[in-house]
Design a protein around this ligand. Sequence first.
Ligand code: SAH
Length: 393
Amino acid sequence: MTDSVVHVINGRQKKLMQGHPWVYRNEIESVTGEPQNGDLVAVQDFRGRMMGTGVYNDQSLLTVRLLTHDAREVNEDLIASRVREALRYRRFIRTREGCDSFRLIYGEADRLPGVICDRFGPVIVLQVLSLGMERYTEVIAETLLKEEAPDCLYLANDDPIRKKEGLPLYTRVYSGEMPETILIRENGILMKVDVMNGQKTGSFLDQKANHLFVRPFCQGARVLDCFSYAGGFALNAAVAGAKSVTAVDISEQAVSLIAENAALNQVKVEAVCANCFDFLREKVREKQQYDVVVLDPPAFTKAHANMASACRGYKEIALSAMRLLPAGGVLATHSCSYHMPEETFMNTVFSAAQDLHRQVRVIAVRRQDEDHPVLAGYPESFYLKSLWLQMLA
Ligand code: SAH
């Protein structure tokens, strides 16, 4: 166990008692003992009450990441059982038809701080982003191999976040052989995943259920998918019988992925490489009309301070999208920034409709797919907002 104790300042014990896993540097009152970075420490409140055990790293703003909120001992068995628990939780979602790819471990929300693991068909991609978990890499990997038996387990430890933890950046095949191309199935659609060069761990699994949700609106429809990446929304729209589908992304790699994926599924998608802000403005100028518009931009704000400019960004694209939609048209708009509260996001989009003197109906307020679970007491785990509106006459 551990001899060192981190005492948190008075007032910060509440969030820990609610299950929050982080102690920030400026929340520490004092440290007893001389913990080395990566060591386990006990966390106590100002009265000396036990808050749990975590990993210490004074190089990180998140100086302690709690692994337990009670007196349980932290050891390899605990980590392995957390991995098994994460896999067990995914069982219900794995009964979904036509899907062979899921997030298996979602960091803090699975009580494995900084550990991200995705299954893409035959391949498992593991990312270890915290110093505390680095030393458990083997236990995590071996448990995954035993429980999941993938063809390949790939360590994608090249996220720059690791630098903040004082960790080196590298990637390597941990076990098995990496297939030349990885084809996954999502909602029965074939998709190519580029694990080595793609964004995130290779695909946006958090949008699977929302990709499917677009289908009923698409039959015979003109569909525009903005910020499309691999074409998740566009491909579902095409499969659902859209009259035309246009997918737009600023990344050339994404645009060629969309084209490849469309060919794989024998559907027609027009893939355009452009800045969506410009593209939308241009289509408004041309007085184009669509029946369905999807907006799924990257996080406009990674910090609370940028909220106002983020809101302006969301509003601008919502305004353009609404101008492209006649009465009856559907807008699906997303924010993947944790810092943007759901209500603020909704009000921002609603204000676009107000500016245009249009009324909208809320079809659905959705979020990230269930393999990206939300942990109570850890609001950071809820990040993806998905707002579906219908334009009224
Ligand atoms: N909709 C996708 C995920 C999109 S992620 C899905 O469901 O899987 C955000 C995408 O926006 C990335 O592919 C990124 O390349 C693209 N992007 C970022 N800024 C952009 C811009 N200004 N114009 C167009 N695309 C942009």
